[in-house]
Design a protein around this ligand. Structure first.
Ligand code: NAP
Length: 314
């Protein structure tokens, strides 16, 4: 094993993504203990990448972007078992500890699972963040078979995952979404309506009873939580993944505050990659770009309306 040359997109100071991100050529070191290094096949982008550029989850600089990675293992750190050079895996880049992350030719992963036969690694690369966030949050909310849950903003990829997971767990699901994925969400068994003016009345009409849980998923959008609290009848039943300050001010909850003892990624993801391989679970991809076009990808993602995942292909 030795260090290998790689293009990486990373930042040396915090600020707006397109101001602080730069493509560089560096040497990616051998993987440390309990880590693997992969040749990246595909890296899915997330709104959290842009928050990270602005200073969220601070860590030593320089640091990289790109959490969700599918790739071929090219080196294995001490203490790693069950994976070999040449295996195709999907997981999270070691974005806190390494000087580069998934937007690269080569990346070091902190967690991974095998990509099963029949699942395109590009499709696998968009699963980790959306599935983990949705599953951990629904679990922390106490959504169970027979509960009624409103997934607000289910055209977001965490929301899209949450609808599928909640339905698989036997919940009654109401979803608000724009037109892009409304029909597909309905196909999962959700009652779907538009967000925006008149949403409270439309959701109430669909609910035929109390809405016990509300999950607020779209990118940060101050001003919607009061309507979601009105639907739930109690701020405590509303959990957001993006409007942290407003939620705390109004007595609603933030997922990061209520998730405790979450299922480890290595246990959580395998059922979903298996379902995805069988065509029974999916996170849609809006656009793939070659790595060199990362600036276009940033622009689409930061628009707040990418309408699916954005993937970079080294
Ligand atoms: N706390 C955590 O653990 C955690 C983890 C992951 C993500 N997040 C956060 O969760 C948010 C969603 O992430 P994501 O990756 O799922 O986002 P995403 O896929 O990029 O969401 C974009 C989509 O949301 C919908 N949308 C945009 N504005 C909306 C609004 N005002 N009302 C309803 N829907 C709206 C749009 O779809 P349509 O209009 O086509 O329906 C848009 O295409 C981000 O803020 C992210 O930072 C938090």
């Amino acid at each position: 094993m030795s260090a290998v040359a790689s293009r990486v997109v990373r930042l040396h100071e915090y600020g707006e993504p397109l101001d602080v991100l730069h493509e560089e050529q560096i040497e990616v070191a051998e993987p440390p203990e309990h880590r693997v290094r992969v040749k990246v096949i595909a890296v899915g982008l997330n709104p959290a990448d842009w928050e990270l550029c602005r200073g969220f989850m601070p860590a030593r600089l320089p640091r990289g972007i790109g959490f969700d990675v599918a790739g071929v293992v090219d080196a294995v750190g001490i203490g790693v078992e069950g994976v070999e050079v040449g295996d195709v895996v999907v997981g999270f880049a070691d974005f806190l500890a390494q000087p580069s992350a998934g937007v690269a030719d080569v990346a070091i992963l902190q967690s991974w699972v095998p990509v099963p036969e029949g699942l395109d690694p590009v499709q696998a690369a968009v699963l980790p963040m959306a599935v983990q966030t949705a599953a951990w949050t629904l679990d922390a909310m106490g959504v169970h078979p027979g509960s009624t849950v409103l997934v607000h903003g289910a055209g977001s990829m965490v929301g899209f995952a949450a609808v599928q997971i909640a339905r698989r767990e036997g919940a009654q699901v109401i979803a608000t979404a724009g037109p892009t994925y409304a029909a597909e969400l309905a196909g999962f068994g959700a009652a779907v309506t538009a967000y925006g003016d008149g949403m409270v009345a439309r959701v109430r009409a669909l609910a035929e009873g109390p809405v016990e849980h509300v999950l607020d998923t779209p990118p940060s959008h101050e001003g919607t939580l009061p309507a979601l609290i009105e639907i739930a009848g109690n701020p405590d039943r509303v959990v957001t993944i993006s409007n942290h300050e407003e939620a705390r001010r109004l007595g609603a909850r933030v997922n990061l505050d209520i998730i405790s003892e979450p299922t480890p990624f290595e246990q959580l993801l395998p059922p979903y990659v298996t379902l995805a391989a069988a065509g029974q679970f999916r996170i849609p991809i809006a656009h793939t770009y070659p790595l060199d076009a990362w600036r276009d990808a940033v622009e689409l993602s930061t628009s707040g309306r990418p309408r699916g995942k954005i993937v970079l292909l080294p």
